[in-house]
Ligand binder design. Structure first.
Ligand code: NI
Length: 191
């Protein structure tokens, strides 16, 4: 079957900032739904990302996919999340634990930003069989879900960055040891 690679829209495109609609449950087993999932899967794979939300391919519906491979990625060594689909997800923060990661976004290419987010969250969503599911995510995986589901609420990760020193170019992120910068800034913030 031909790959279904769509254009990923970038920051500045209105769809990333306009309200989204819940996915109609009665359409979940339709060809249209399967096509949307194939588009998200193939577009994500072609871009080498770990998550993609429907608004990023200019479809303002509440559907996101995540695929965190085992082993090294551009975000370091991560716990694996096999390709999975989240329809109309709701996220609940479970406790006060918070941690920061250098996030990137396929709709904000070339940049990385350090975002502190809750690290234990519950996710309620509808799966591809139209069943209600829930799961608990921790650590970086919790950050990935929050980043993707933000797209379904017209938010981008940069909205969470209040200190602009924590927004950097990706090539500089790779070239320099940003862990040193992160630690310096955190120490400065705590003084
Ligand atoms: Ni993103």
């Amino acid at each position: 079957m031909a790959l279904a690679i769509k254009e990923i829209i970038r920051m500045g495109h209105p769809t990333l900032r306009l309200p989204t609609e819940p996915y109609p449950i009665e359409k979940i087993s339709s060809d249209e739904c399967h096509e949307l999932i194939a588009d998200l899967r193939d577009t994500l794979a072609a871009a080498g990302g770990i998550g993609l939300a429907a608004p990023q391919i200019n479809i303002p519906l509440q559907v996101a996919v995540v695929n965190i491979p085992a082993g090294p990625t551009r975000y370091g060594d991560l716990s694996e999340v096999p390709f999975s689909v989240y329809i109309n997800p709701k996220l609940t923060v479970l406790d006060d634990s918070r941690a920061g990661y250098w996030e990137g976004c396929l709709s904000v290419p070339g940049l990385r930003g350090y975002v502190v987010r809750p690290q234990r969250v519950k996710i309620d969503f509808i799966d591809l069989e139209a069943n209600e599911q829930s799961l608990i995510a921790e650590g970086f995986t919790a950050t990935v879900f929050q980043h993707e589901f933000d797209h379904l609420e017209s938010k981008l990760y940069i909205d969470h960055i209040s200190d602009t020193r924590l927004l950097v170019f990706e090539d500089q992120f790779v070239e320099h040891d940003v862990d040193v910068l992160t630690a310096e800034l955190q120490t400065a913030a705590n003084r």
